[in-house]
Design a protein around this ligand. Structure first.
Ligand SMILES: Nc1ncnc2c1ncn2[C@@H]1O[C@H](COP(=O)(O)OP(=O)(O)OP(=O)(O)O)[C@@H](O)[C@H]1O
Ligand SMILES: [Mg+2]
Length: 355
């Protein structure tokens, strides 16, 4: 098994694109072995739900043939599941031995997951405490409906692949962005994608909260296209070139959804502030004062400055190579830092192989 697994690659399946990353050992460390991105025509996946298994399988096959770097010879893949269709939560249970945990977690999970356990694929793991605690332990539970997951399995198998794990995207993001999976203060990760934005709050050794909102980088392009009466393609180019720092008419086109985004981030921060104190393990009620951005949309010029001045919180671009390369290195010759931000989930999925 170990041998097979050491061959696997990461496949991030989004509504409109799939991204492939394969890493390989390089002395003590790791290096990039293969990577690639392939577009998915709209309608094949909608909001993380696969509508057309056959065509997705074909696109995956095509994507595999087109990778840059080394050819991918393995069938073994670690692929993503959509955050917006999944449930992640944290349970607190009394300290008990390993055998008792599973029953206790299953019993408790019924109260947390808004679906019948029979209708979901369910998994859990113990969260390592950040401070000494005696009375109870924390368990991260994850569930995705079977009717969402099964088509992913089918598409991967039809593409000739063997999924060794399917992982909810936020878990992959955290693996790639949080150095050694530990953060002494709470932080908010924002994945600003083409079709949606995800929030992930991480503290200690686990993510604590996730949610997805429909604000998207695509919406910025659509606004430019509409306001300036130009094609989507031209608008996309202008968005990347100008961002918030260029022409006034571009700024004006994209500022409404970004203001909306800032409001939603505020709501998320407020939610955390009101819930964190109830979280008994987090005895030091440190404020959430740091935001990390990832996803292709994070590259928008002026976004970091806009969010930090609006939210009065430290906002930075994340480093998806932090657990792969030396800390000071944020890109490789083949994959620029800008591109790497869009590969955050794929890098995290590929890294799972080396956990
Ligand atoms: N330099 C840039 N400036 C502004 N936006 C950019 C830049 N580079 C990429 N983007 C935007 O990033 C988006 C793609 O991001 P990403 O690859 O993270 O999305 P995705 O993972 O495919 O979609 P999703 O996560 O929403 O399912 C596109 O909308 C693109 O316009
Ligand atoms: Mg994405």
């Amino acid at each position: 098994m170990f041998k097979l697994e050491s061959q696997s690659f990461g496949l991030d399946i989004s509504d409109l694109s799939l991204k492939i990353i394969k890493l390989e050992k390089d002395g003590e460390g790791l290096k990039l072995s293969s990577f690639g991105e392939t577009r998915i025509p709209s309608g094949i996946i909608k909001g993380g739900e696969i509508k057309d298994i056959e065509n997705l399988a074909k696109i995956i096959k095509k994507g595999l043939k087109q990778v840059k770097g080394k050819r991918i010879r393995t069938k073994y893949v670690i692929s993503s599941l959509p955050e917006e269709k999944s449930f992640l939560d944290i349970l607190q249970i009394p300290v008990m031995n390993e055998e008792e945990i599973e029953n206790a977690v299953r019993f408790e999970a019924e109260n947390y997951i808004p679906l019948k356990l029979d209708d979901v694929y369910f998994d859990f793991e113990k969260i390592q405490p950040i401070s000494k605690q005696k009375k109870y332990q924390e368990i991260l539970i994850a569930a995705t409906p079977k009717h969402i997951v099964d088509p992913y399995f089918k598409a991967l198998e039809q593409a000739g692949l063997r999924p060794i794990a399917l992982e909810i995207e936020s878990l992959a993001i955290v693996r790639s962005l949080i150095k050694k999976n530990t953060s002494t203060g709470p932080l908010l990760i924002i994945d600003f994608g083409e079709t949606r934005t995800s929030f992930i709050i991480f503290f200690g050794k686990s993510l604590r909260f996730t949610s997805t909102i429909p604000i998207s980088s695509q919406a910025l392009t659509e606004n430019i296209s509409k306001n300036l009466k130009i094609s989507y393609e031209k608008a996309e180019k202008l968005k990347k070139k100008e961002g918030l720092e260029g022409k006034k008419e571009i700024f004006e086109a994209i500022i409404p959804p970004l203001t909306d985004l800032a409001e939603q981030i505020k709501t998320c921060l407020k939610y955390y502030r009101s819930h964190a104190p109830k979280d008994q393990t987090l005895t030091d009620k440190r404020k959430l004062e740091r935001i990390l951005l990832c996803g292709g949309g994070a590259n928008l010029k002026g976004l970091v400055g806009f969010l930090s001045s609006t939210l009065k919180v430290k906002v930075e671009l994340s480093n998806p190579w932090i657990n792969i390369l030396k800390e000071t290195v944020k890109e490789v010759p083949e994959l620029s830092f800008e591109k790497s931000l869009a590969y955050t989930s794929a890098l995290g999925l590929a890294l799972r192989n080396y956990d």
